[in-house]
Ligand binder design. Structure first.
Ligand code: PMP
Length: 350
């Protein structure tokens, strides 16, 4: 009888949250649907697709649009089927069986998952009480444990905290490991290392269209790095990783610079308001919630009642994300944020 190998035997399909909820603030998506005229453009793109032919293996058009948006050379850009795919490819190809890789906790859970599937040896460094990254500690662990790959998000999902550029530079230049700097949420902050990516031969920066651009369903992410790293990544990815629709629609999305920037401003305003209002609630009910600063489009809360609050939100039609000891709430539109605040307040007064 066929036996699944041990590393996959007990895995379950990814299911962050099941069920239908009126308000979805659990996945850090943009609360904007894409504008009507862009959707019309997508419809036109779809009608013109040559579907009997394979897509462009190098996703040239969408890489050019990305390169233009962020002002980086297109030769250094690789497109992926979501940045998730890129994380998987990077772990599977830049790690060899038995290589140590370092993740910081809490951080995006898929890093460890893909690293383990790639048969790397996971090393985990717990963040301190502040949840901020202690760069000296990270450097120390990298050196002592012969870390081959370090991966972290900046700003971080789920903590919502960012590590300043100067500290990221110090980290990259102090370790021998490949540093995978996941800037999925960097559109919401201003400390990107993209403008200087080519100063480092051990750096891959990841970006995504799933958050600030409101294109999560397109599945479109990018990696930017030196030519040797980029060429290796392009060589090991599957040839047709991005379908023709995503390539063309993603390029159209990335060309709408003004609209994206306007949406981004509104998302930031929503986050700022939500953060302020949740902090006010935390003051009103002392000892119940500790609210972290936010450099992203979501708010992160430390609370002992995470499970009860999460459940109460679901019962009121609101999906958020829970972690042991914490809650993460994506900034929604003003009505959605109001609904969150109302239900939270109810929870503490009931
Ligand atoms: N990195 C981080 C830090 C994320 O939070 C996410 C999505 N939750 C991803 C990567 C994956 O994004 P995508 O595959 O949609 O590009």
């Amino acid at each position: 009888m066929y036996q699944l190998n041990e590393k996959i035997r007990n895995l379950k399909p990814y299911d962050p949250i099941s069920g239908e909820y009126a308000i979805r603030l659990d996945a850090n998506e943009s609360f904007f649907g894409l504008p009507e005229d862009l959707r019309q453009e997508f419809a036109h793109i779809a009608s013109e697709l040559v579907l009997n032919r394979y897509p462009d293996p190098l996703s040239t058009e969408v890489c050019e649009a990305f390169a233009d948006y962020y002002q980086v050379p297109v030769e250094n850009v690789t497109a992926g089927n979501g940045s998730d795919e890129l994380i998987s490819i990077i772990c599977n190809s830049f790690l060899e069986k038995g290589d140590a890789f370092l993740t910081l906790e809490p951080d995006f859970s898929m890093y460890r998952f893909y690293g383990v599937i790639a048969e790397g040896v996971p090393v985990t460094l717990q963040k301190p009480e502040t949840l901020r990254i202690d760069v000296d500690e990270v450097i120390k662990v990298c050196r002592e444990q012969n870390i081959k790959l370090l991966i972290f998000s900046n700003p971080c999902n789920p903590t919502s905290l960012g590590l300043g550029r100067e500290e990221v530079r110090r980290l990259i230049t102090s370790v021998d490991a490949l540093v995978v700097l996941d800037e999925a949420y960097m559109d919401f902050w201003d400390q990107s290392l993209l403008p200087e990516f080519d100063k480092y031969d051990n750096l891959l920066i990841l970006r995504t269209c799933s958050k600030a651009f409101g294109g999560a369903a397109l599945r479109l992410g990018f990696a930017v790095g030196s030519l040797p790293l980029t060429n290796a990544l392009k060589a090991v990815k599957s040839p047709y990783n991005l379908n023709s629709f995503t390539q063309a629609a993603g390029a159209a999305l990335l060309r709408r610079k003004e609209e994206s920037k306007a949406a981004l401003q509104e998302i930031l305003a929503s986050k700022t308001q939500l953060l302020k209002d949740i902090k006010a609630l935390a003051q009103k009910f002392p000892g119940q919630m500790e609210v972290f600063e936010s450099d992203t489009n979501f708010v992160f809360i430390r609370t002992e009642e995470y499970a009860e609050i999460f459940q109460y939100m679901l019962e009121n039609g609101i999906a958020i994300r829970k972690f042991p000891g914490y809650l993460r709430i994506t900034a929604g539109n003003p009505e959605e944020n109001q609904a969150v605040l109302k239900v939270l307040e109810e929870f503490f007064t009931k």
